[in-house]
Design a protein around this ligand. Sequence first.
Ligand SMILES: *Cc1c(COP(=O)(O)O)cnc(C)c1O
Length: 634
Amino acid sequence: MTEVNFAEEREDYGINEWGAGYFALNAEGHLCVRTEEDSPSSADIANIVEDLVENKNLCTPLLLRFPQLLTSQLTRLHNAYKQACNEFDYAGRHYPVIPMKVNPRREVIETFLQEGAKYHCGVECGSKSELYAALSLEQSSESLLICNGFKDAAFVDLAMLGTRIGKRVVIVIEKLNELRMVVRQAQESGVKPLIGLRAKLYSRGMGKWVSSGGEASKFGLTTSEILDCLRVLKEANMEDCLTLMHFHIGSQISDIRSVKGAIQEAARVYSKIRALDFPVTYLDIGGGMGVDYDGSNTNVESSVNYSMQEFANDVVYAIGQVCENEKISVPNIITESGRVLTACHALFITSIWDEIETFADNHPGVEVDDDDPDVIGEMKQTLDEIDANNYREYYHDALSDKDSMHVQFNLGLITLEDRGKGEVLFWDISAKAVQYADAAGDESEEFVEAKRKLASKYLCNFSLFKSAPDHWAIDQLFPIMPIHRLNETPTEIATMVDVTCDSDGIIDNFIDQSEKREELPLHELNGEPYYLAIFLVGAYQEVMGSYHNLFGQPNEAQIEISPDGGYRIVKTKKGSNVGEMMQFAGYDTIVALEHVRDLADQQVDAGNLSSEDADKLVSIYAKEVGQYTYLENR
Ligand SMILES: *Cc1c(COP(=O)(O)O)cnc(C)c1O
């Protein structure tokens, strides 16, 4: 373990910057969660985790879900739009709609529809399965069910079915042939569907999802296609079905400037269509409101340079201006924000399983004598004599000694023992060099690099690919911090590696107030469980996560925060077991067991195993099928 003095004070990990007011530290140095920023009562997350581990047999990795934060976020969003409408005398209303793709879990969508009924919160789907699920949910009478995405005849059938059973389904047309299908079905059934058109805007978002918008986007209708659609609707006498104009310029819009342009353009398109006597009344602005994952409040990809209120103000003001200019009445505004509503409600808990040694920790001082190879003697001398004046030169000497040591080893000139000594000496020299460089304020690349190599690697019980896939896929940063010992100054710097057999299963980029950092300040392991939380994983991570190495779903618990600062475990769910992952990969657990039984019997027949031992082995195999896929302390 490397003692590196990076901070004199205890760390708060920037919790006030990225936590949206929901997280805080308590006097015991534990992380707490609360339903509102100024709420005096908060639940102790370290206690919750301990309770789940001790009493519910739910060990890490563990996903904690706080549905109240979904409701709080929805209220904040709706209030921001309401406030903007008041401020700019906007006569339309705001209708929130939840995009299922951000987190299709029933608990999540149901919470929004139930708790958001007072805002007529609706739901958006982009595939047949999402629509199928959405049709099964209770919705308030004024709330919408919006169908985006590419559609085949079965999708259109399902949407029309929804209309006929009394749902306010809006079929958003992405392609002209979808409209033809809808028109045909409407004529056959005599049912008038609500129709929306998705426009391809010239404006684009910024950041990772920039290609969701713009003239070359895969989504939406070009201007001439929109005109074709209008013609088709007119010919079918279905002008009155056109209810909504839709666009979406991409997720996690980090710069507010790209919002304004897009909204102005969309509002123009809306106005022009309205002026052609189509009774559209909704302008659906899609999602895109971002989350300040790194807490920097800037336009970098993992952040946003605006508040919810500023975003809402810009939207409402821009639409109002365009409509005034075009002399048409303003539309109701639909938002399909998903990320900003769901990200904070889930946090993921992992624990440190072990430390991966880079250099021998607690190694006894290396004894070097005259019998040792010259290269080892030289390294020992470097270690003894390195100081504040020569550290750079001596570090370079050590680098070349290390290389020549490995060359000599490969040639069979030195022993394994010698190599072991050389490695220890080299790490000791590095550690000293880094200390001298730090003291001298020397920030040259080679010492930054050396410091990174010296950082501890904590082996954490989770799969990055399952639980924070965007960190791997698109370098998305998530806030990460311990949930306890927060009144102790962390003395280690470490990176996190997961339990998959994939060298990409590593977190070595962390949020930082000024710039990102490659190691996380953590506490020295003390033999007690040490829990780390990855925050803001409620959007996209759960559904995008994959079963790399057949690590399955983590354990899960849904928690309600009580007004008195306590908590209630509402629901728990065991993560995947080995058998479930086998089935996922196409194995039959019964056939597998029979096969192992056969092999064991053959060993009994051959006289290599007693039949009792064979039975024992088979029962071990049979029992493993029900085990958690992650590491377990038994
Ligand atoms: C993905 C998506 C959303 C949600 O976007 P967020 O950035 O999560 O708010 C909304 N609408 C459409 C059409 C989408 O594709």
